[in-house]
Design a binder for this molecule. Structure first.
Ligand SMILES: [Zn+2]
Length: 299
């Protein structure tokens, strides 16, 4: 068949690696933890789903690996538990972890969106039944945020900024900024944002109790001072570096979550009598929060 020229051109300009998942791996959609959150001393590198149910591949592909302790006792259950790895086009792999023992079908053929890979469980290191879904981009050895590749979550609620804070040396309590306020300090301070994503039917306070000292992950968070970018974190990708996983270009877990507030936005020393800060927080459904803080600094 001859491909008409405009279509051929379209095929040429399609970006490499523009893989998109066709579906969520569960039918009852209840997300219980997000990619990029803090887990005390490391990033949570997947997307968690709750409510025990059958698990489906996010897209067609080849089953690369399936490990079920019940049907293959030679494979001990380790941290990730019983799991299946599927390879998709563009060098993307999806990992389905903590599956129920004995639920992974024997001799899995090619992955098809309508055929279950197993049942949600709590095998391996897990506190209660959940699916830990990891999406890996093998072209650059990175773990990518599953929400970037899954269908867009229905959500019209903006992320929430619970606090814009500063810590100064010698004072254990954080200082809270408000718009048009005066801070009686002109020395160095470390700035923090306390922000999370909000979705319909999602209670951040309940969520935070469940996840103790963790925050809820957003797509991107940035802080500008007088239109100059002070710090930005983009939770699209976690890259493997010798010191562990990092957010681009080099922010480690402790750089971002080093103190109990998410997110640590770097050091700042006022150089003028007043500065204007802009906080921008984006979620994965296209909602953006933008807030300004005009702050005067006096001795
Ligand atoms: Zn998880």
């Amino acid at each position: 068949m001859r491909i008409p020229i405009p279509l051929a051109l379209l095929l040429l300009v399609l970006p490499v690696g523009a893989w998109q998942a066709k579906q969520f791996p569960v039918k009852i959609l209840r997300i219980s933890a997000l990619f990029g959150e803090s887990r005390g001393d490391h990033f949570h590198s997947g997307l968690d789903f709750a409510t025990p149910q059958a698990i489906y591949p996010c897209d067609e592909g080849e089953v690369l690996f399936a490990s079920d302790a019940e049907t293959n006792p030679n494979r001990p259950v380790v941290g990730i538990g019983n799991h299946v790895i599927v390879e998709h086009e563009g060098g993307f792999r999806t990992h389905y972890m903590h599956l129920q023992s004995g639920s992974i079908p024997k001799n899995l053929g090619p992955a098809k969106t309508g055929e279950s890979l197993g049942f949600m469980g709590d095998s391996g290191y897990s506190m209660g039944a959940h699916l830990h879904l990891v999406v890996e981009d093998t072209k650059n050895g990175a773990l990518v945020n599953p929400l970037k590749y899954l269908p867009t979550l229905e959500d019209t609620t903006r992320p929430q900024l619970a606090g814009f804070l500063a810590m100064v040396k010698g004072n254990p309590r954080p200082f809270r900024f408000r718009d048009w306020m005066t801070m009686h300090w002109r020395g160095e301070m470390t700035l923090f944002l306390f922000a999370w994503d909000l979705r319909q039917g999602f209670d951040p306070w309940k969520f935070r109790t469940v996840n103790a000292d963790t925050g809820t992950s957003v797509k991107r968070v940035s802080l500008r001072v007088d239109d100059r970018l002070l710090r930005e974190y983009d939770f699209s990708v976690l890259r493997k570096k010798p010191k562990g996983l990092v957010v681009d270009p080099h922010w480690s877990h402790d750089d971002i979550y080093g103190q109990k507030f998410n997110y640590r936005m770097g050091a700042f020393t006022p150089t003028e009598a007043s500065h204007t800060f802009q906080v921008v927080v984006e979620d994965w459904s296209g909602n953006t929060l933008s807030e300004y803080f005009h702050v005067s600094f006096r001795q």
